[in-house]
Design a binder for this molecule. Structure first.
Ligand code: MN
Length: 707
């Protein structure tokens, strides 16, 4: 029978005030409008689906926001409706819940192994920041499972698998037992139709056969409890088909040997009566010692509480008896949802009390989190609730549909390094949901990440600021250290060999022995020390030169002024630096360093044509040290009309800026222009650009070019 809007309005009457019901009616009308003309696979109007979902949500007694959002849950995904439309019509809270639902339904989860299923569950939890999103999502899935018969076999299998792997366990974590049970049963029905029907038939037969026995047990318990002054409600129960199925699979035993297929539930008024009832029952029948479980003293992570015992009942037949209070029974069924419903709405309309109630809500969750610490396996529920309340993690997809977990703030670099070290080293950026992003983009739950790489790319020091995970940071750090050392060894060797050659000292000398003389373990350590600038070549040479040559050496090699201190090599101190003559870089230029045979590091402008020809193995990252003020020589050429006074005007402008000219050359060109070339000492690119701009304004100047 089809649900009507009035059924829902009746359902919520008990806990939602009249004026709030108008929002629900409005959502119904809105939903009818946007889904108009759409049909489900069953041939029914699409509207039936949101109606059913809203009805179940109302039966769960979720609040007005949840019922409203339930009506609209497919509006963004399956119609032209925008988030803003919903926000305008129904307010921000409803819009947020619907948005959360839309995000989850856009995700494509594939059935995979257990670890991935776990990640999918976590991802859904991370994205359902509001618990209502998750609750409505589960109900949505429930209704889709109830109407799964209209799908083809392939979709049935896919949807049922996904339900069993992802959604039923989520219902379990939230402690919503009835929902978990129905999702599992429906999944099994489609995944293993034969097993399901055989088992169903058997269970029905067992229930029928054992009915008199159960009635006998309940009557006996009831009268003994009454004698003790305990008023209890007794129910018989049959184990749910999916848990029986699992047990049969797991233990490989026939159904007849499963003793807890049938049971009796005893519901009493308070905890004291629970333990009293347990004592009375154990007096009646002998318990199986290892089957007594006290989930009251030690609740399950999803807050389930109850006493369980299996006894040899009438005729020595085993039977499981569960004892709990009404409240425990309620929570066992509704789980987290139990804490969402307003038992007495009229009281809550007092704002202060509403705040109080919310405070309690949170403190309950907080207590729950704290209690996790004492649990043996706190993994499950702790993480789920924590993700929800304290979103510290993000979950993203690989292009192949796997989900990976990262700390909040993680970037494509973390992602790349988690896949493969080499992919990390060569990472240039990423495509996120198809859009290109930079290395420092912060990953968001639900993103699909595709790493872009280039063999020319390599890690740099900045990456330490971008990477969040220790794995990525360690890999980057290791690379940088290795790289520095290799570069220093190469540089140190070049410098030492060149010096030895210039002094005509034989190349065959034992450098390993020399290294040991300077307390290094190996020659490489010695080179590295020279390369780092900790040991000077002259120190070494001084030690090995014959006495008579030492004096000469000192005179011929006066201490050279170290140039280029305005450049720093990342992570390396005191390297010999020189600036390439071909492009004459100045502070402000983009620069690149190369290890040059015997000359330390040569710095080029990165766009220098010579630089691009150099072996990339010799590249070393360099940058300007803007704290150092030093003049650098550059070459500037002015092409101008060949007229008297031109050169004078140009030099006057240069002079007025206090810039020194170290060389000047003027010549006539065949086309009647003249070319004036200057070598100038400038501080940085800024100064040069200002000068060039002024020169360009000079009448008669055609072009200004920097070599
Ligand atoms: Mn839906």
């Amino acid at each position: 029978m089809t649900v009507r809007i009035n059924d829902i309005l009746d359902e919520v009457s008990s806990y939602i005030p009249e004026e709030d019901k108008r929002l629900i009616e409005k959502a119904y009308v809105f939903s009818a409008r946007v889904h108009q003309g759409q049909k489900r696979l069953s041939g029914e109007p699409y509207l039936h689906h949101p109606l059913e979902v809203a009805h179940i949500v109302a039966q769960m007694r979720l609040d007005v926001t949840a019922v409203t959002a339930a009506f609209l849950h497919d509006a963004i995904e399956d119609s032209l409706t925008k988030r803003e439309d919903i926000q305008q019509e129904f307010g921000e809270e409803v819009a947020q819940v619907v948005e959360g639902l839309t995000k989850i339904s856009k995700m494509n989860f594939r059935s995979v192994e257990e670890q991935q299923a776990e990640n999918f569950r976590k991802m859904i939890l991370a994205m359902s920041k509001d618990l209502r999103v998750l609750l409505i999502k589960l109900v949505d899935r429930l209704h889709n499972m109830r109407t799964l018969e209209y799908h083809n076999r392939a979709s049935q299998l896919r949807i049922a698998r996904e339900t069993l792997d992802i959604y039923a366990p989520l219902a379990n974590r939230l402690g919503i037992h009835w929902l978990q049970v129905e999702l599992e049963e429906l999944s099994l029905r489609y995944l293993e139709p034969e097993d399901y029907h055989v088992l169903k038939t058997k269970l029905d037969a067992v229930a029928l056969e054992k009915e008199p026995f159960l009635r006998d047990v309940m009557a006996q318990v009831s009268s003994k409890l009454e004698e003790a002054g305990i008023r209890a409600e007794l129910k018989s129960r049959i184990k749910h088909i999916y848990s029986v199925y699992q047990k049969l699979k797991r233990q490989g035993i026939p159904l007849e040997n499963i003793y807890d297929v049938l049971g009796v539930r005893v519901i009493v008024n308070n905890v004291g009566e629970c333990y009293a009832a347990l004592g009375i029952i154990h007096n009646m029948w002998k318990p199986i010692q290892q089957r007594i479980k006290d989930f009251i003293a030690m609740p399950k992570p999803n807050k389930y509480q109850s006493l369980h015992t299996t006894v040899f009942g009438p005729g020595g037949e085993r039977i499981e008896i569960q004892i709990r209070t009404y409240e425990m029974d309620f929570i066992a069924n509704e789980g987290i949802a139990a804490h969402w419903l307003y038992k007495d709405y009229s009281k809550l309309r007092d704002q202060a009390k509403l705040r109080d109630q919310q405070g309690q809500e949170l403190s309950w969750l907080r207590r729950l989190l704290e209690s996790q610490k004492e649990l043996k396996d706190p993994r499950e529920f702790l993480q789920s609730v924590k993700l929800d309340l304290y979103p510290e993690d993000v979950f993203v997809f690989t292009p192949r549909g796997e989900v990976l977990q990262f700390p909040l703030g993680a970037t494509p670099l973390d992602f790349a390094y988690s896949v493969h070290t080499q992919l990390g080293h060569q990472c240039t950026g990423a495509k996120v949901n198809g859009q290109i992003v930079k290395l420092n983009y912060e990953l968001k739950s639900g993103d699909v990440i595709e790493i872009m790489r280039s063999p020319k790319q390599h890690p740099s020091k900045d990456w330490m600021r971008i990477a969040r995970t220790s794995r990525a940071r360690n890999k980057i750090q290791t690379w940088l250290r290795t790289q520095e050392r290799e570069q220093s060894i190469a540089l140190g060797r070049e410098m030492l060999e060149k010096k030895l050659k210039s002094l005509h000292i034989s190349k065959d000398m034992d450098l390993e022995a020399l290294a040991r003389e300077f307390s290094f373990k190996t020659a490489d350590d010695l080179y590295a020390s020279i390369g780092y600038g900790r040991t000077s070549v002259n120190q070494i040479v001084h030690k090995i030169l014959p006495e008579e040559q030492k004096k000469e050496f000192k005179e011929v090699h006066p201490k050279k002024k170290q140039v280029g201190s305005s450049v720093v090599v990342k992570g390396v101190d005191n390297l010999l630096i020189r600036f390439a003559r071909c492009c004459r870089p100045i502070p402000g230029d983009d620069i690149i360093g190369f290890i040059t045979r015997g000359k330390g590091i040569t710095v080029h402008r990165s766009n220098c044509p010579y630089a691009t020809e150099i072996d990339s193995q010799r590249i070393i990252p360099v940058e300007w040290d803007m704290g150092v003020s030093e003049s650098h020589e550059i070459e500037l050429t002015a092409i101008c009309q060949d007229k008297p006074g031109m050169l004078g005007s140009i030099t006057a402008i240069i002079g007025a800026r206090n810039i020194n000219i170290t060389k000047l050359n003027a010549s006539s060109m065949p086309n009647g222009n003249s070319m004036c070339s200057f070598r100038l000492l400038v501080k940085d690119l800024g100064e040069l650009e200002k000068l060039s701009a002024e020169l360009r304004k000079l009448k008669g100047v055609e072009r200004i070019e920097r070599k």
